[in-house]
Write a protein that binds this ligand. Sequence first.
Ligand SMILES: *Cc1c(COP(=O)(O)O)cnc(C)c1O
Length: 249
Amino acid sequence: MPDTGARRAELEDNLRRVNSRIDEALAACGRSERPTLIVVTKFFPPSDVALLSRLGVRDVGENRDQEAAAKAEAVADPQLRWHFVGQLQTNKAKSVVNYAHTVHSVDRIPLVNALEKAMARRHEQSGPAGESEAAGGRAVLDCYVQLNLAPEDNGRGGVSPADVLEVAAAVHDAEHLQLKGVMAVAPLGGDPQEAFGRLAEISADVVHRYPGATGISAGMSGDLEQAIAAGATHLRVGSDVLGARPPVG
Ligand SMILES: *Cc1c(COP(=O)(O)O)cnc(C)c1O
């Protein structure tokens, strides 16, 4: 039996530390609007997610459908919003919309179409209003268009900046999808400040066309300060809250 008391204290301490870093970063750039902290729980057990919920966390992130679907079902906490942040195959769209409140990794038109189709089907099957909400999914799926800020590095997903408006338009036009903004992971080995600066410029272009899409999902354990300085509205923090990731078994 794991010592949940000790784990709870550890998570509480880590959360407090991350929240102080956020406070300091906000103060350093004179921002007052606090970004949403999404705690990325990949590789960690449902018991950790339950502890986080008791500590007041409302937004959790996952990057693999199989793990996320099982965890969302095991935790079954209606107070939690599940954010899907990983690369997503079109054949997983149907599963993801069953639990996800938001997908941060929309990076191609076929994925937009698959998510819309899955949401439309959910909608048809949900019957009386509210039933599908109770099951964890939403009537409308929030979406971020993921950018690849390092075109020479194709491994991490994302559209090239030249294609962002085309994908944004497809999300915007989809009846059951809501365009929230843009998302990116800072390129490995690059300067996150420079990368997030470019993301902020691309975000401004998207907002110019779609005034409601003001979201910027950026910043992880190692670069949340730079993301906040660049205007991030949503941070995705894993290891600095949960600890080093256990080896994949
Ligand atoms: C794992 C992951 C995170 C969290 O990363 P940490 O460095 O553990 O904070 C954020 N975003 C994405 C897309 C991830 O896959």
